[in-house]
Design a protein around this ligand. Structure first.
Ligand code: NAD
Length: 336
């Protein structure tokens, strides 16, 4: 029996989810939904399923939906997820949401709580860590190849001129970087942050509205110390991201999520280099690996608490983000 999926929000990313479902022989797209009629109609034609213009109407149709993708956007790219997500969860449908889970913590908490109350699978598309290279590195960590992890450094930057709000950069981009850091380091205890607005000729005082550069010091609950560099004013030829995990016996460096993985033993010069593990060539392929994992976990009917990159994980990164903002606003180290 295939997994019957619905997609809500048929912009660029909704269509990216649909492309993944279309290629997966274990899935059937049974409904698409967008409040913009033309977008829903166009997608319905493309994927051969009915179009709906509200989640309520989609639910009333009686079509059997086993799981739904939530690909709305809104303020800081997450403001619109709440209402349709609550409607879907309320109707007992597992949801794979886009990131950020929400730009408002209270709403993120409510969605996570409703999924928990209804014992539903709720995942978020924190796709950057769904790569064979990250998995290989995780296996090294679990096998003890690094010894005890002391330091995690992460850099993520994507040239992005968008200026929708002062906190757009940290709230919309860094769920990804912080999720990867949590994947290797666990929960975060304390943060301390500095921001800088990049130059913009036509911006107020010649500056961007958005706090477009950030440096964050972090202390993980287990004692690991970490650092995040983030920017909307850098990227391009610098690559997308660089993760460095330093243990007592070895360190690894993972470049661009899936592209290059380097292993450096501390007491030997015999390094290891892996390129494009599993044949994954670029970040764009992480949509497929993440969404197909979601499909697999639904078909296997895994327990909601076993979902990879769950709503709860996404809520935790949003809490780190709000602590980072608070640190900058108060000039203090903030304990989560
Ligand atoms: N995971 C990633 O790597 C990644 C990359 C880029 C964007 N994103 C995320 O994907 C999401 C979507 O981005 P996008 O660029 O496709 O946005 P978009 O604005 O192009 O599309 C969103 C669509 O949702 C529709 N919509 C809004 N409210 C709705 C509702 N209640 N019911 C039905 N439809 C509704 C809008 O009409 C619009 O067509 C954002 O949250 C963004 O942060 C994720």
């Amino acid at each position: 029996m295939p997994l019957n999926v619905a997609i809500v929000g048929m912009g660029n990313i909704g269509n990216t989810h649909a492309g993944v479902y279309q290629k997966n022989p274990n899935c059937k797209i049974v409904a698409v939904c967008d409040i913009i009629k033309e977008r829903a109609d166009k997608a319905a034609e493309r994927y051969g399923c009915p179009a709906f213009y509200s989640v309520q109407d989609m639910l009333k149709s009686g079509i059997q939906i086993d799981a739904a993708s939530m690909c709305t956007a809104g303020v800081e790219n997450g403001g619109d997820h709440y209402k349709p997500t609550m409607e879907l969860l309320g109707a007992g449908i597992p949801v794979l949401g886009e990131k950020p889970i929400s730009n408002e913590i209270a709403k993120a908490r409510e969605m996570v709580a409703l999924a928990k109350q209804k014992n539903l699978r709720y995942g978020i598309n924190l796709n950057h860590r769904f790569t064979p290279a990250a998995l290989r590195a995780k296996q090294w960590v679990e096998a003890g190849r690094l010894g005890e992890i002391n330091i995690i450094n992460m850099t993520m930057w994507i040239n992005n001129p968008n200026e929708s709000s002062p906190w757009f950069h940290i709230r919309a981009l860094h769920p990804h970087s912080l999720d990867v850091m949590r994947y290797f380091g666990g929960d975060v205890e304390k943060v301390q942050a500095f921001f800088k607005r990049g130059p913009r000729k036509d911006g107020p005082g010649g500056r961007r509205v958005c706090w477009s550069n950030v440096q964050v010091n972090m202390l993980f609950k287990n004692g690991i110390i970490g650092h995040l560099t983030g920017s909307y004013d850098a990227g391009g030829s610098y690559g997308l991201e660089r993760l460095e995990v330093v243990g007592s016996d070895a360190r690894f460096v993972l470049l661009d999520a899936c592209e290059h993985l380097y292993f450096y033993p501390r007491f030997s010069r015999e390094t290891e280099t892996y390129d494009y593990i599993g044949g994954m060539m670029s970040f764009s392929e992480t949509f497929g690996s993440r969404i197909n994992k979601w499909v697999e976990q639904n078909l296997q009917k895994v327990k909601p608490e076993e979902i990879d990159a769950s709503g709860e994980d996404a809520l935790k990164v949003q809490l780190v983000i709000e602590a980072i903002i608070e640190s900058w606003e108060t000039g203090k180290v903030v304990t989560l």
